[in-house]
Ligand binder design. Sequence first.
Ligand code: THU
Length: 130
Amino acid sequence: MSMRDLAKAVRENAHAPYSNFKVGAAIKTASGTVYQGCNVENVAYPEGICAEAGAIAAMCAAGERAIAEVYVIAGSDEPVPPCGGCRQKIAEFAGGDVVVTLATVGGKELAMTVGELLPGAFDASFMSGA
Ligand code: THU
């Protein structure tokens, strides 16, 4: 299955009864394995997690750390932009040149790099003088 098909399929499993906004994410690692995630909301709203965070957790649980490609899909009119927290979470495991494709169920796609999504990112190099 393509990255789009994998993200679209896992989106169907999203638990989004509060926003009714289902999101699916597929993350391919350097090994070629793809990890999927969907958003999981909670009645205590801040406890919900994004699709990207779920896919990253699955990747780490499998012992992988190097993101090679990301695909995120939602039912929005325009390609869904990851939230700020997810941009930082993706940047933890991806170089600035890694492509993140933002997509709609209707078929629109927008390809951006991690560097474009999170310019001026805080990374471990800033802690070297601590
Ligand atoms: N959401 C994601 O899972 N990923 C995104 O990139 C944007 C937003 C989720 C969080 C929440 O469950 C719902 O979409 C509405 O914000």
